[in-house]
Design a protein around this ligand. Structure first.
Ligand code: MLT
Length: 257
């Protein structure tokens, strides 16, 4: 197995770095509303995890883990010359943010967790990951989009949001998405880490998130000392994409503190 990779990222603005980590099965483009809305207050950097978007790997059957992704975030920060950053991850990106906290906590200025959860997968969810991996390997991304796409959105997404979500799904290599599913299956429980997180934390969550209901998220955030919680009206699981204004307001208020 070779391990040649090239990590891509997109950046806007200047000042302290704010690094965005995308969810499954997407890429950096999900953060476009944050890059344009927050560039006045931060050097906003949205990265493509290995194999996603414009990040290249040459292994046709890759294997991933949240730790590996976290180390890629650290490598991207090295390239940016950013010793520390505000780390913002959505859903799978949140799992990566928890791994980053465990492995590189001295590089975290603050944590922003969006539409994510701390628990590991149940046995039933693990079996679902195997099925997802098999589905995309055998049939590609279209059927996964049909199954999962609508569940990621709240009740009134714009046509633009729907279209860009679909484009991101279909742009990802199936072998990469299969590897994501298996890496999420095997991720550890991050709940024991919550009480020890001692940097400022903002938790942003779509009020209409069907995959990870907001009440559970609020209860998880309460386990992090001093965490700020912000519900996003009209937002589903992709709250920062669906209602960038509300998500950006919460982010700006938190980052200016
Ligand atoms: C995501 O949006 O990244 C996924 O829904 C995470 C998951 O399937 O656990």
């Amino acid at each position: 197995m070779t391990d040649a990779i090239q990590l891509a990222y997109e950046e806007r603005g200047s000042g302290p770095a704010l690094v965005f980590i995308h969810g499954f099965p997407l890429d950096r483009r999900m953060w476009i509303g944050q890059l344009s809305g927050l560039a006045k207050i931060r050097r906003c950097v949205a990265l493509d995890l290995r194999g996603h978007g414009l990040s290249i790997i040459d292994d046709p059957e890759p294997e991933f883990s949240m730790d590996l992704f976290a180390d890629d975030v650290a490598a991207t920060m090295d390239e940016l010359g950013a010793e520390q950053a505000d780390i913002c991850g959505l859903s799978m990106g949140g799992y990566v943010a928890f791994a980053f906290w465990r492995r590189h906590r001295n590089r975290v200025r603050s944590l922003i967790l969006c539409d994510t959860k701390s628990e590991a997968d149940s046995d039933e969810a693990k079996a679902g990951r195997d099925k997802t991996a098999q589905l995309v390997r055998e049939q590609g991304m279209e059927p996964l989009h049909e199954q999962l796409g609508p569940k990621l959105l709240g009740s009134s997404p714009t046509e633009e949001t729907r279209t860009s979500l679909r484009e991101m799904f279909l742009a990802q290599p199936p072998a990469v998405i299969a590897a994501d599913a298996l890496a999420m299956r095997d991720r550890p429980d991050s709940t024991p880490d919550l009480p020890g997180i001692d940097v400022p934390v903002l938790w942003i969550h779509g009020e209409e998130d069907q995959l990870m209901p907001i009440d559970g998220a609020r209860a998880t955030a309460e386990k992090i000392p001093g965490a700020t919680f912000a519900g996003v009206p009209g937002g589903g699981h992709m709250a920062p994409m669906e209602n960038p204004r509300a998500a950006n307001d919460a982010l700006s208020a938190f980052l200016k503190k």
